[in-house]
Design a protein around this ligand. Structure first.
Ligand code: 13P
Length: 250
């Protein structure tokens, strides 16, 4: 049985005081033994505060990005050993904003995934096609090309990877994917994994991301191959984020 996972990607939002208030509220909301894994992804500058407030709770936290090298002349970058000092459990890899705004290529994303796995943290590997790619009937081809970041990952390591299917056209647009389209892609991702990793594919959690809200989260979570959500805009308010998690828990 796959434990559902709901994650809050704050992106470039929240100064420390806001992060503190958010985490305090989230801790209040989440009852002991809540059956969904919750992960918060603050910006780097709020990781210390998040750790201080969420430490000792069942809520985990992670980093939105990291450089694959552990140190060196990479001005402006942050490495995994630096992030491990903040107690991160997860790293987001291959988010479409990193791919499309910052031009991160597939091989660079694969290196980040490798570093994360070598550091012992779990990863959320994001995949998803652009609108023109979907319209051209290339959605699966694009997603499979992005999944190739998993080449060289062992089946044992794969258990520490969550796949987030986030169609680019659904991110921040208020236009989520139709549940049947999300399920079709998630099933195709799982088949792709099964061809390469055998039975371990059944253990991998696949999230849907893109305009997830409390009123649509339940639709995705009843789909057989979707095990959680990666939430952007609607995760910025702790009550709304928890309302999504509650839908998933139902
Ligand atoms: P929205 O929930 O704002 O559409 O963002 C999704 C996302 O990119 C999460 O990583």
């Amino acid at each position: 049985m796959r434990v559902p996972i709901v994650a809050a990607n704050w992106k470039m939002n929240k100064v420390q005081a806001e992060a503190r208030a958010y985490c305090r509220r989230l801790r209040e909301l989440v009852p002991e033994g809540f059956p969904v894994e919750l992960v918060v992804f603050p910006p780097f500058t709020a990781l210390g505060v998040v750790r201080e407030v969420l430490g000792g709770s069942q809520i985990k936290w992670g980093a939105q990005n990291a450089h694959p090298e552990s140190k060196g002349a990479f001005t402006g970058e942050v490495s995994l050993p630096m992030l491990l000092e903040y107690g991160i459990s997860y790293l987001i890899v291959g988010h479409s904003e990193r791919r499309n705004i910052f031009g991160e290529p597939d091989d660079f994303i694969a290196k980040k995934l490798r570093s994360a796995l070598d550091s012992g943290v779990c990863s959320i590997l994001c995949v998803g096609e652009k609108l023109e790619e979907r319209r051209a009937g290339k959605a699966r081809e694009v997603v499979e090309r992005q999944l190739a970041a998993l080449a060289g990952v062992s089946a044992e390591e794969l258990e520490r990877v969550v796949i987030a299917y986030e169609p680019v056209w659904a991110i921040g647009t208020g236009v989520p994917a139709r549940p049947e389209d999300a399920q079709e892609m998630a099933a195709s991702i799982r088949r792709w994994l099964a061809d390469r990793f055998g039975d371990t594919a059944e253990k991998v959690r696949i999230q849907y991301g893109g305009s997830v809200k409390p009123d649509n989260a339940g639709e995705y979570l009843k789909l057989p191959d979707i095990d959680g959500a990666l939430v952007g805009g609607a995760s910025l308010d702790p009550d709304t984020f928890f309302a999504i998690a509650r839908e998933v828990a139902r």
